[in-house]
Design a protein around this ligand. Sequence first.
Ligand SMILES: C[S@@+](CC[C@H](N)C(=O)[O-])C[C@H]1O[C@@H](n2cnc3c(N)ncnc32)[C@H](O)[C@@H]1O
Ligand code: SF4
Ligand code: SF4
Length: 491
Amino acid sequence: MPQPMIQLETTRKASLDGVPRAAKSVGYAPSSCGLSAPDDIDPATWERIKDHPCFSQEAHHYFARMHVAVAPACNIQCNYCNRKYDCANESRPGVASEKLTPDQALRKVIAVASEVPQLSVLGIAGPGDACYDWKKTKATFERVAREIPDIKLCISTNGLALPDHVDELAEMNVDHVTITINMVDPEVGAKIYPWIFYGHRRYTGIEAARILHERQMLGLEMLKKKDILTKINSVMIPGVNDAHLVEVNRWVRDRGAFMHNVMPLISEPSHGTYYGLTGQRGPQPLELEALQDRLEGGAKLMRHCRQCRADAVGLLGDDRRREFTRDHISSDITYNASKRHAYRQLVALERGDHLAARKDAITAVTSAESGGRLHVAVTTKGGGRINEHFGHATELQVYAVSQKGINLVGHRKVEQYCLGGWGEEATLYNIISALEGIDILLCAKIGDSPKKQLAEAGVRATDAFGYDYIETAIGELYAAEFGVKPLVATA
Ligand SMILES: C[S@@+](CC[C@H](N)C(=O)[O-])C[C@H]1O[C@@H](n2cnc3c(N)ncnc32)[C@H](O)[C@@H]1O
Ligand code: SF4
Ligand code: SF4
């Protein structure tokens, strides 16, 4: 399926109250053509993260990552993980449809980089552990860096074997590392990790968790010394480590972590994990958001993680992996950089405009004299715009807007409502359940029937802001809702 190119034109049709508005085209003022850092990030760090869809929330509107499943082996067991190497359908970390050798991985990266213009990052996120299955990780990175030097290399690890490889990571120019840290208290750890394998022997219980904790902290400190940007993943497990993650956040911030990504536990019984089979529940979206809100002010929070498979390809939330399985890739493929280069030029223009529009919208809501908090869900297929039809969406991005600002606070996965030209009632019912706590839904297009049923469920849906920047639309909505000073049009 071809990827959407960035939309440069937008036509406003009607406001929420039904009053028609003028059509407008988004122009490029000369001052907005450059890309300066957002206010909360220093320019040198921005340069390092601005094209990384996971380390920069703003970048995830434009840039894509791919994972290659070259690292199946793991040195610990987590109660939430069941690795699978031939799994076509599950949408969770730790699964892939096929394991790859480093040579197969190289061919796949070349195929994706030639076809997916948004590609900027190659990550190894299992299905097992990139640092434990080190030889294959290293061989893959070396081959890819030779062929496509401008791709960013990134790994995700449980941290146990990390200290053994920090020097090599630095030598290979790996600038982004993720460590999963779910506890800093081994008593909590013993409830999450049944065993670890370390130094040629197996450990269990509190001893295992203590060794893992010490290695994770050592690895984090070593990365900091090498000035490698580190993100911490924590899985929120209600009743096990949810309250404890406040302490985890403090520890990792004090040791120089760049970002903290608190993700919900996925524990379907059908996945066959210990937690899935024993009925350990994951958090509700609003529980996760409440914990993330508590953590604000510590390490920078990631709130846009999609908990990807070990073979995910594409923009976050738009997985194109099925187009790039081994049988789709020729054995003598060569890299064609033209799509990626052309796309980058377009993005450089669009992003400056987007950042300026975002800044205007945030200034408008933060300078409001009064106002409440709204949760706004948005359908988008990238570019930071409301450019997806309601009936085609498979996820909704959720923004919270208040006088504190406009912030992406998460996403909700939904089934596609419209298949073969018809909307399914049962699907709409599930979408309405997924919209718990949402006040307003913004989409590029929505039919009268779903709009009416959503309204009956307390969610106001509109396509009045179709193709606008998300923050601009939310800023205008907020002004309309709370009677604050409306935004000045940027065109
Ligand atoms: C599959 S692991 C691979 C990398 C490495 N082994 C690790 O654990 O960091 C990638 C990420 O998925 C997370 N993960 C695995 N299974 C999960 C589940 N059932 N629910 C939530 N997160 C999960 C892990 O905690 C880790 O942060
Ligand atoms: S460390 Fe990663 S791959 Fe290993 S069991 Fe845990 S989540 Fe799965
Ligand atoms: S799992 Fe989260 S951090 Fe990892 S690639 Fe997906 S979105 Fe990025």
